[in-house]
Design a protein around this ligand. Sequence first.
Ligand code: AMP
Ligand code: ZN
Length: 114
Amino acid sequence: MSDCIFCKIIAGEIPSKKLYEDDEMLVFHDIKPVAPVHFLAVPKKHINSLLELEEADAPLIGRLLHKAQEIAKQQGCEEKGGRFIINAKSDGGQTVNHLHVHFLGGRALGIRIC
Ligand code: AMP
Ligand code: ZN
């Protein structure tokens, strides 16, 4: 998608601090971290939102989540954990309309759900 910021990051048109890349996903640091560890895991395929996920893409999102937990552990969050978040559409606070998983860790996040 030509006007999508994450597609531009995937295409290398906008720089990012990459943690992992393969042919179907990219993991990079969030530009405005809200925790000591805050990265985004993004499929290279442009999918607007989790609410638009097709069944055929379910295995891709499974692999994305598996990689995200691997990177979270590499970032030092294995013992204390953290939070995986997928915001979906406007009421969910999604600001970038390219499906992505946030991981927040490195501090206690409490029970607040936003
Ligand atoms: P969401 O509100 O779930 O759509 O989250 C979008 C996230 O993308 C926010 O946490 C932003 O800080 C992050 N973000 C936006 N632009 C960039 C960028 N160029 N590089 C890294 N993260 C970004
Ligand atoms: Zn995109």
